[in-house]
Design a binder for this molecule. Structure first.
Ligand code: AMP
Length: 222
């Protein structure tokens, strides 16, 4: 199954993708993680995009399309994947259409207040990219990943100024994708009204039911 997760930064789509990849046995492709890998490895690409990412701006479309094409050609994507963070512009969506046919686009929604609070408290594992939260979804031991023991850190682009910039860019460049995928007949709306820690299981069950054909829509989850 080829899934695409849309939604503002910090809405929780990465967290839900991480859980669903285990349920559905397909990989999560997070373009943010792919780019952070490049930065960590200090490749030429990594050096060029580091500043862009810290400012919360978008990496150019041609680079992103090449990166995603390369990732999708790998063996583990044969039975499908969850795209998380790509596409982020109409240009990228057109590029994706030339590469693969997506089955469902899940659009996650939550209000700005919830998102800013969540993003500014987010901590991520340096090793396996698992996402935690300083107040909600805390690791068992402070600063240490439950899954792999890796060190947890706050991403530079999760600092407040950058968060606001990312939200603005999302509204300008990525939101038009909602219309785009509605017209393509692929869009499924999910409105999350509670913190992830309280609602996670419910969200996963509802998504699963939808993907299995048990329900025709998802809508609001309280
Ligand atoms: P994320 O982890 O998805 O929040 O992405 C972190 C940062 O990586 C973004 O703020 C952008 O700078 C960059 N990025 C990730 N995905 C894309 C994309 N599809 N197009 C452009 N830039 C991206």
């Amino acid at each position: 199954m080829k899934l695409l997760f849309l939604g503002s930064p910090g809405v929780g789509k990465g967290t839900y993708a991480q859980v669903l990849t285990e349920v559905l046995r397909i990989p999560q492709i997070s373009t943010g993680d792919l780019l952070r890998e490049e930065v960590k490895k200090e490749t030429t690409l990594g050096k060029n995009i580091n500043e862009i990412m810290i400012r919360g701006e978008l990496v150019p479309d041609d680079i992103m399309i090449k990166l995603i094409k390369n990732r999708m050609s790998q063996k583990d994507c044969q039975n499908g994947f969850i795209l998380d963070g790509f596409p982020r512009t109409l240009n990228q969506a057109e590029g994706l259409k030339d590469i693969v046919k997506i089955d469902h686009v899940l659009n996650f929604k939550a209000n700005d207040e919830v998102i800013i609070e969540r993003l500014s408290g987010r901590i991520t594992c340096k090793k396996c990219s698992t996402i935690y939260h300083k107040t909600g979804n805390k690791p068992k031991k402070e600063g240490v990943c439950d899954k792999c023991g890796g060190e947890l850190f706050e991403r530079d682009d999760d600092k407040l100024a950058s968060v606001k910039n990312r939200l603005d860019i999302y509204k300008k460049k990525t939101k038009p994708l909602i219309d785009y995928y509605t017209k393509e007949g692929l869009l499924v709306e999910i409105t999350i009204n509670k913190p992830i820690s309280e609602i996670r299981e419910k969200v996963i069950t509802k998504i699963n039911d939808y993907l299995c054909g048990k329900t025709k829509k998802i809508g609001e989850i309280n």
